[in-house]
Design a protein around this ligand. Structure first.
Ligand code: ADP
Ligand code: MG
Length: 288
């Protein structure tokens, strides 16, 4: 499997201004992301997640360290403008606030916007927009004003925009944070489908531990550093380590972990509530 992103000892600081001190937002960040995988990034507010996301989309430039995206060393002095444009075409981002990423009044115009900027012929744009809207379940709304949609629907339109651009890697920066539970579930299902059925490399920044539990791998950030990088089973298998840095674990894990204090030995990294109900009820019904 090929490596899409490889970061080694990346550092980034926001410079001092008249009113704010210098902020070391990223400190010696190293990680690799394989093509077609689903990576979740966890961490407190201010831990550097969005800064990292912006560096990966080339909105910001890392100051030291090496960063290879799609095989290109983006921190090299020899990288051409054309190569940078190519990477920008491959890596897209969906932000937290659905209202901040709407650029047109009508749904289908909004979805087409990114493709128009890429200079794609209009017949092809039409086809890509229709397919992308079907993919996110918003095709019937194609002629609706974006402003009248719910938050979850707006995020689905934003995602349709990145699908239409045929991004190979999409970073979701807390894209479900402002949504109600139904909107969040819809968006998450689309993210999973893009990853599993379309082989799009997904990086999901989230505060929801159950969302992170669906990833292949979790990166935990704290104060600008990556403090853990492993599978959800390994990361959440040691809840105390997460609690020590003030982060949570999925509720199912916390529940099973606490049950084990009463002398049980349940596996604690079961993330599906139905599966938890099953193993717990089996154990209880066997106790006479
Ligand atoms: P997160 O997304 O994990 O909440 P951020 O990457 O937004 O973290 O922020 C990391 C650190 O950088 C924080 O201390 C934040 O205050 C600071 N920071 C973020 N954006 C800017 C900016 N534009 N100028 C100065 N400091 C910033
Ligand atoms: Mg952020």
């Amino acid at each position: 499997m090929s490596i899409v992103i490889k970061a080694e000892n990346l550092n980034f600081s926001y410079p001092e201004t008249e009113s704010t001190p210098k902020v070391d937002a990223l400190k010696n960040i190293s990680f690799e992301i394989e093509e077609g995988t689903f990576t979740a990034i966890l961490g407190h507010n201010g831990s550097g997640k969005s800064t990292l996301a912006k560096i990966l989309c080339m909105i910001l430039e890392s100051q030291t360290g090496s960063l290879t995206i799609m095989g290109k060393d983006v921190n090299s002095e020899n990288i051409t403008d054309e190569e940078i444009m190519d990477i920008r075409k491959e890596v897209g981002m969906v932000f937290q606030n659905p209202d901040n990423q709407i650029v047109a009044t009508i749904v289908e115009e909004d979805v087409a916007f990114g493709c128009e900027n890429l200079g794609i012929p209009s017949v092809e744009i039409r086809e890509r927009v229709d397919n992308a809207l079907k993919e996110v379940g918003m095709y019937e709304y194609r002629e609706h004003p974006v402003a009248k949609l719910s938050g979850g629907q707006k995020q689905r339109v934003a995602i349709a925009g990145v699908i239409a651009m045929r991004r190979k890697c999409i970073i979701f920066d807390e894209s479900t944070a402002m949504l109600d539970p139904i909107g969040r579930k819809d968006v998450l299902n689309i993210i999973k489908k893009l990853n599993r059925e379309h082989n799009i490399t997904v990086i999901l920044i989230t505060h929801y531990m159950n969302e992170a539990s669906m990833a292949d791998k979790i990166l935990v950030m704290n104060e600008g550093r990556i403090v853990a990088s492993d599978t959800p089973e390994k990361i959440f298998g040691d809840p105390q380590k997460m609690w020590d840095i003030g982060l949570d674990v999925p509720q199912t894990t916390e529940f099973l972990y606490k049950l084990n204090h009463y002398g049980y030995s349940f596996p604690i990294t079961v993330f599906d509530p139905e599966a938890v109900a099953e193993i717990v009820s089996k154990e209880f019904s066997s106790v006479e």
